[in-house]
Design a protein around this ligand. Structure first.
Ligand code: COI
Length: 372
């Protein structure tokens, strides 16, 4: 399709709201419940490509009930954050990674791809327009939710001939209602989140709805989230809202190891995951640490815990930031993840969180933090 136009930020039109919303106090923020004044929307058609980007007041969408997103889940999304630094400037964290992942997700479900730099520029415009919603406090930020849906209205199953990419923005603090406290997990072995050759490594809405029932069951037994295992070996994969890290001490050598599951197609390729690994390779490896992306099992964690060699566990994600894990329920056993009763974080989780936040909030200059 040579007539298809690329996404073009210079064609943006802006319609400002006439009814600005009151700001919530940081302590009143509930993750993903409050939204800013405006949204960004860009339509795409097979004939014309990407149409004019529009920033408008935050508003409902109007869609035909036959729209393919409702029937066949043509939907993918991203989670990214804008931070306010000490000078009041606004920063995005590795937005290129989110753009690349959204394009990979889109391509997998026959939705159109786009020019990453154009969407970053448009997101920057939305973020600046709604900058008053970005909380200044550490741990708080503006969560941005780029979303791409198929909008063709047909019950025929096929590649959508039209699509809508929109971005909404929500001021947020901690993801878990318990605040910035250690969470407890229940290992799930009666259902699987993802499988080899599947789409568990893509950020599709369809990956999330099936996670709720196991999570509710975990919650009914007092655990905030469930931990997804895979296969008869019961490999530890991820939590569904965050990637999972463990800190182990080697039985023979005493060497410390930071371990997370490898990107084998069943793990969401977290931007926070990647950042934690890179920082650990730069800063922990020189101190003699082993930094591993490898398969590890729930049994390995349980054994290490019994022997006092599971020093810490934590989750990492854009929404969850760095969330220390206190214990994991597995086959009627409570696997202790090394925290003292009075502690809400282990040393490494705290260190990694501090490193990440220093970059995200622009305390230190780093190429990952992009001023808009
Ligand atoms: C994120 O960390 O941004 C996520 O997408 C996880 C969840 C809120 C869906």
């Amino acid at each position: 399709h040579s007539k298809q136009r690329p996404m073009d930020a210079s064609r943006l039109t802006v319609e400002k709201t006439k009814t600005p919303k009151p700001l919530s106090k940081p302590e009143d923020l509930v993750f993903g419940k409050q939204f800013t004044d405006h949204m960004l929307a860009i339509e795409w058609t097979k004939e014309d490509g990407w149409l004019e980007p529009r920033i408008t007041p935050y508003q409902n969408l109007s869609l035909d009930p036959a729209t393919c997103v409702f029937h066949y889940a043509f939907e993918c999304f991203e989670g990214m954050k804008a931070y306010r630094d000490k000078n009041g400037d606004i920063r995005l964290f590795r937005p290129d990674k989110n753009m690349a992942r959204l394009n990979k997700s889109a391509a997998r479900i026959a939705l159109p791809t786009f020019e990453p730099t154009a969407l970053i520029e448009l997101i920057a415009k939305l973020t600046k327009l709604d900058a008053r919603f970005i909380p200044a406090h550490r741990g708080y930020s503006l969560y941005l939710r780029p979303t791409l849906i198929g909008t063709q209205s047909t019950l025929g199953v096929g590649a959508p001939g039209s699509a809508l990419l929109f971005v909404i923005a929500s001021p947020v603090g901690p993801y878990y209602p318990t605040g910035f406290k250690a969470v407890s997990l229940e290992a799930t072995n009666y259902a699987v989140r993802a499988w080899p050759g599947g789409v568990g490594d893509k950020k599709l809405g369809a990956n999330y709805a099936p996670c709720i029932v196991p999570q509710q069951e975990a919650a009914s037994r007092g655990f905030q989230q469930n931990l997804w295992l895979f296969g008869e070996e019961e490999y530890v994969t991820e939590v569904g809202t965050m990637n999972m890290f463990a800190v182990l001490k080697d039985k023979a050598t005493g060497q410390k190891e930071l371990v997370t599951a490898p990107l084998d197609g069943t793990i969401l390729e977290g931007v926070t995951r990647d950042s934690v690994l890179q920082l650990a390779r730069e800063r922990l490896a020189p101190e003699g640490w082993k930094i591993s992306e490898r398969k590890f099992t729930m049994r390995e964690l349980a054994e290490a815990s019994k022997e006092g060699r599971l020093l810490e566990a934590f989750g990492a994600g854009t929404a969850a930031i760095v969330s220390p894990i206190r214990k994991i329920s597995w086959k009627g056993e409570l696997v202790d993840c090394g925290l003292k009763e009075t502690e809400e974080s282990g040393e490494i989780a705290a260190k990694v969180k501090e490193w990440m936040e220093a970059i995200q909030y622009g305390d230190v200059e780093h190429e990952w933090s992009v001023k808009v």
